[in-house]
Design a protein around this ligand. Structure first.
Ligand SMILES: Cc1cc2nc3c(=O)[nH]c(=O)nc-3n(C[C@H](O)[C@H](O)[C@H](O)COP(=O)(O)OP(=O)(O)OC[C@H]3O[C@@H](n4cnc5c(N)ncnc54)[C@H](O)[C@@H]3O)c2cc1C
Length: 448
């Protein structure tokens, strides 16, 4: 059977879901192909389940921090209940997505899609020809080509463990590695992070990262830098991780992948689709359109453009929709995208790093503060907090904001807004902020 559509979307995550719904809403005929459960990474095995676990574990951790400060007696973590609570958010998603998509008149095809020719897609034995194909296939863990790599579990495995392991190793030094390490450590797991290079969390401010690394080590997390993982073996009591030329030899019950995610393009037969890809990266113009096949666009984690984040996937999908409906006109704007590491305390960033500002010669002033002595921080029983705000010469323009501490996942949004709308330091200072609040303190004690 061969069906014809205006648009075929590959992947039902944030990017694919938004693209399919908006294009259907504009009256186009749309099909969506999905081999896995409908909904994609964010609600099923990424941000959402992570945040459910994080929030409960943070509550536990906060009650510990408040022992002797008005609280007595620690609550107990019930892992089975926690996983069930998390499932309450995750489990309904695929069926809800399915009903929503078909309710809008979108044809849902279950299976992995691949190109047969530049405008024909095959899913199982069904063939679909389309005016436009949108690639929204997301990203998957970067394969680690080492002996024993089959013992490394994808991060999603952590969400469904029957009980937390006694010992866990996370391979990789990015934000996902740190988030799982912190959650696990607070849940009582002995955790080690094994990092290939000499620096971890390269996307965040190095001074604040140093503070977080120190805090992580105080929590009992082992951090091993300059230790490329060489192999994983079955040991006497679990798995044995060998790294860093003999420097690391650790046994663990679970070895988790935190070593980055690469575009999921394998199996799409991009060659038949005449979609150019170089070193695993789709070749796209600024409108997210394939440079070799103008019928093809790509949005979300698959396109190696902006940071791999949900709001970015959504913005890219909206750009593609506009470009398809109105002709190429919309380029995604990655300039003030905040990113947050949900560790304890939280680390957040928006805009440029200090070294990027210096390389461009545009840094006018930097405001740096260790903020752990603030009452707002101490009230939460937190001991590690800091802030760095980078100002440009052009009338105190905000170039970057870097925050470590409680609630900074919310505070960072004020700086995103300021950067996006070119609101200057002076204007932020003149605004009346709610009190007591973290944003009040940040404005008054860091920006002022
Ligand atoms: C553990 C973890 C935590 C995260 N936490 C955060 C966070 O706190 N904040 C944040 O902003 N972002 C977070 N992210 C990133 C965020 O989840 C992604 O950026 C976002 O989900 C990307 O959406 P997408 O639509 O591009 O891809 P996905 O949601 O991954 O969707 C891709 C879909 O394509 C399907 N597919 C694959 N191959 C094919 C094929 N051949 N044919 C058809 N379909 C195919 C897949 O099955 C999948 O359903 C996290 C990610 C992970 C893994």
């Amino acid at each position: 059977v061969r069906k014809e559509y205006d648009v075929v979307v590959l992947g039902s995550g944030v990017a694919g879901g938004v693209a399919a719904r908006n294009l259907r809403g504009a009256g186009l005929s749309v099909a969506i192909a999905e081999p896995g459960p409908l909904g994609g990474t964010c609600p099923l095995r990424g941000c959402e389940p992570k945040k459910v676990l994080y929030d409960v574990i943070e509550t536990l951790s906060r009650t510990r921090r408040h022992q002797g400060k008005g609280l007595r007696g620690e609550p107990e973590l019930d892992w089975t209940d926690l996983v069930a609570f998390k499932n309450g958010f995750v489990d309904p998603v695929p069926e809800k997505s399915h009903q929503d998509l078909i309710g809008r008149g979108i044809d849902v095809t279950r299976g992995a899609a691949r190109f047969l020719d530049p405008r024909t897609i095959e899913v199982n034995s069904a063939r679909m020809t389309a005016e436009y194909v949108i690639l929204c296939t997301g990203a998957g863990p970067r394969p680690l080509k080492i002996p024993g790599a089959e013992h490394i579990a994808e991060s999603r495995r952590f969400f469904d463990l029957k009980e937390p392991p006694a010992r866990m190793v996370v391979i990789g030094g990015g934000y996902i590695a740190f988030e799982f390490a912190h959650m696990a450590a607070r849940a009582g797991v002995g955790v080690d992070i094994v990092v290939r290079s000499g620096r971890c969390l390269k996307h965040f401010d190095p001074d604040l990262v140093d503070m977080l690394v120190e805090k992580s080590m105080e929590l009992g997390i082992g951090i091993h830098l300059n230790a490329p993982t060489e192999r994983i073996e079955k040991g006497h009591n679990g798995l044995r991780v060998l790294a860093g030329d003999g420097a690391v030899d650790i046994e663990a019950d679970l070895v988790l992948h935190g070593a980055g995610r690469i575009p999921a393009v394998e199996g799409l037969d991009l060659e038949s689709g005449e979609v150019e890809v170089r070193e695993g990266k789709l070749q796209l113009n600024e409108y997210l359109q394939s440079t070799s096949n103008p019928s093809v666009y790509a949005a979300g984690d698959v396109n190696s453009r902006g940071p791999q984040l949900t709001p970015v996937a959504l913005m890219e999908a909206e750009s593609v929709v506009e470009n398809i409906l109105k002709g190429n006109r919309k380029t995604p704007d990655y300039s003030a995208v905040p990113s947050v590491l949900f560790s304890h305390p939280v680390l957040a960033r928006v805009g440029m790093l200090e070294e990027e500002c210096r390389a461009q010669g545009i840094l006018h002033e930097k405001r740096v503060k260790e903020t752990s002595n603030w009452a707002s921080v101490r009230r939460l029983g937190e001991e590690t907090a800091g802030a760095k705000i980078l100002l440009g010469s052009e009338d105190d323009r905000i170039l970057g904001a870097h925050l470590l501490g409680p609630r900074v996942e919310e505070v960072i949004n004020v700086f995103s807004l300021a950067m996006k709308l070119s609101i200057k330091r002076r204007d932020i200072m003149q605004t009346i902020w709610s009190y007591p609040s973290f944003i009040y303190d940040t404005v008054r004690f860091v920006l002022r």
